[in-house]
Design a protein around this ligand. Sequence first.
Ligand code: ATP
Ligand code: MG
Ligand code: MG
Length: 550
Amino acid sequence: KEVVSKNFIEQIIDKDLEEGHCSTVHTRFPPEPNGYLHIGHAKSIILNAGLAKKYGGKFNLRFDDTNPTKEKTEFVESIKADVEWLGADWEDRLFFASDYFDQMYEGAVKLIKKGKAYVCDLTPDEIREYRGTLKAPGKDSPFRSRSVEENLQLFEDMKNGKCKDGEKVLRAKIDMSSPNINMRDPILYRVARMTHHNTGDKWCIYPMYDFAHPIEDAIEGITHSICTLEFEDHRPLYDWVVKELEYENPPKQIEFAKLYLTNVITGKRYIKKLVEDGIVDGWDDPRLVSIAALKRRGFTPESIRMFVDLVGVSKSNSSVDYAMLEYCIREDLKLKKPRMMAVLDPIKLVIDNYPEGQVEYFEVANNQENPEMGSRKVPFSRELYIDREDFMEEPPKKYFRLFPGNEVRLMNAYFVKCESFVKDETGKVTEIHCTYDPATRSGSGFTERKVKGTIHWVPAEFAVKAEVRLYENIVNEEEGVRNEDGELNLNPNSLTVLKECYLEPALAEAKTYDSFQFVRNGYFCVDAKDSKEGSLVFNRIVSLKSSFKI
Ligand code: ATP
Ligand code: MG
Ligand code: MG
């Protein structure tokens, strides 16, 4: 569906172009390389790259690596892979904020020279106390009136390692009685001896986010710096920095609401904890909504883009149902993927009147709704597997599948009638015996009798054995994400591993990330981490049915 109305960001951009505030559109995605990206980041990536594309502008990928403690090269690589996978093309515009440390330092010196920044010796506690509260104005630091010369010298000392960590900071000189606490002489630089993954030990002072970010944007010529809502009251500071540093084409910050999924763990920090506590199998555990996990589970970039489009951009925080994401992947795969027969909980079915050793082949459409996908041949013989839940010894009313005396259709094959069954000593049914009626062969035009149930099957002799993993939300949805103590309410059934599943022979050729519909069961994707040659593992991406409607 074509979305006709423009979102509020596009309206701002249109106006800026019209009024000549900018002549092109240049956006960026600025992740901190301190974890893997998740579905929320996907929204920001798709939004920023999408705007650049729509307006014929540019899109940068910039690592916001000004905070050296938590940053790792592993995360840089995973983020690049995820952004690329989502189809956001940064071309040759990959940047690292740490490459601008020199310019940031010069910017700070410029502010000092203009009398707009000073070195402050208050302790962190004192700074907090002097800052005041929402109700009470702050008061000036006793160091606020230092001369420009003294500030220049002290800032150089900070840079040259003459101060202990935390001993001095550089602060903007703005307004200690501003109603916006962010404007009460915010800290611009701190002393911290930390080795940086890019600049090593070159620096022992590091810029604060609110100072660094507008400079990064301005250096790169970003026109619209799109961020999430919690930065809204940092915008006056953003504007102050670009104004005082006298950038010619000042970038403009625009805030939008974060994407939240109801009862789903998104925050990087929380996902990290699940990984570190060993509750999940790494950042790409298919139960997570990190991009790596969604990819491994079998979601497609198309489905995620569709989801982001459906959610839209807004200025108010809200939470979206995970079912909407499921709707999008179903829609994306529906006409693209072959529909195969797979038995997840096998029980043997023997057709007593079918000649032993005989094999015949049925021509089966790969996707009944999309004839372009062609067809395949499925072998059929005397012994089959069917799903255990398609047989009942004592069926309730309205059960139309197999039970003693009942006749059903074997999908794409024949009608079979259940004659008897075998139980082991524990009472478990181990084998079902049927007879088939050759006249009912699929495609023969047989109309004399009708059956109410159709079940799927695989030929025992030719079946491919595989492992199948079924997933539920990792969070217990009845109880909500967290309990009163802030602990996660985990769902003990979030993972079900079925070790002995039987698939149609054609699935032996499946490669990692290939996905299929398993008829009556859902969409499944070959797991890229645990599948091996000859022993495939499938993840259920999503089941077939949902009450979700749009
Ligand atoms: P988290 O809170 O999950 O740790 P973050 O905001 O700390 O994420 P960054 O690496 O700083 O992670 O984020 C990069 C960009 O992604 C930022 O512009 C941020 O606003 C955006 N972003 C992060 N989370 C979401 C979300 N849930 N919805 C939309 N955009 C998001
Ligand atoms: Mg952040
Ligand atoms: Mg964060």
